[in-house]
Design a protein around this ligand. Structure first.
Ligand SMILES: [Zn+2]
Length: 227
């Protein structure tokens, strides 16, 4: 595959799927650098459009302010604009966090057209227990806002800020119930999407319980075999 990709015969139109805590952002930039692909996350796209006050950004903001979901066609237009401006000569792209539903996936396919099929869809699958461990471990100093992680980046003294020695706290968003609700909602939306790409034979499932380094190695190996 790598040879054909290097020669520009095939393109990698990668969709990156993974729950919060899967390390998607990190993997996205590693993959994009390795294959020289333009990449963007849907979050960054929204922020950029709103910052620049574009028509699409204002439209998205209108929906968000009303507490509604941004309609798919608005997001698709943002993605297609971004591709026009960034694809250049590269044979592919990487989208992080979009599509999120089957409906968005089919809209994206229509917008891209038959000549430019989506795939592979890389799904970083992580066990719920591991995600809970990662996502509930954050502790923050309320005075200097430095954040620690009880497993991966613990303070020198337990529950105490390294810099100012104040006690560390857990943000409400990071507590067990909040995280679990977020993960369950994510899974409900994503399972059909993963099944959809599996059915199209473009799904690559990666064991995301491993270290960042191992996950990245597994992704690259799978991409090199993808055709
Ligand atoms: Zn502090």
């Amino acid at each position: 595959m790598k040879d054909l990709f290097d020669k520009g015969v095939i393109s990698l139109n990668i969709i990156l799927i993974g729950p919060p805590g899967a390390g998607k952002g990190t993997q996205a930039s590693l993959i994009a650098n390795k294959y020289n692909l333009p990449f963007v996350s849907s979050g960054d796209l929204f922020r950029e459009h709103r910052k620049l006050g574009t028509k699409l950004g204002l439209l998205a903001e209108k929906y968000m302010n009303q507490g509604e979901l941004v309609p798919d066609h608005v997001t698709i237009d943002m993605v297609m604009n971004w591709l026009d401006q960034n694809k250049g000569g590269s044979s592919g792209f990487l989208l992080d966090g979009f599509p999120r539903t089957v409906q968005q996936a089919t809209s994206l396919e229509k917008a891209l057209g038959n000549a430019n099929p989506v795939g592979p869809a890389v799904y970083i699958n992580v066990d719920k227990d591991e995600l809970l461990r990662r996502l509930t471990g954050r502790r923050v100093c309320m005075r200097c806002q430095i954040s620690f992680h009880i497993h991966s980046n613990p303070p020198l003294i337990q529950d105490q800020c390294d810099k100012c020695s104040k006690p560390l706290a857990q943000r409400e968003d990071d507590n067990f119930d909040a995280v679990e609700a977020r993960l369950d909602a994510y899974r409900r939306n994503t399972e059909p999407l993963v099944a959809y790409y599996d059915h199209q034979n473009v799904l690559i499932e990666i064991d995301g319980n491993e270290t960042i380094r191992q996950v990245s190695k597994d992704i690259v190996e799978s991409l090199d075999c993808f055709n």
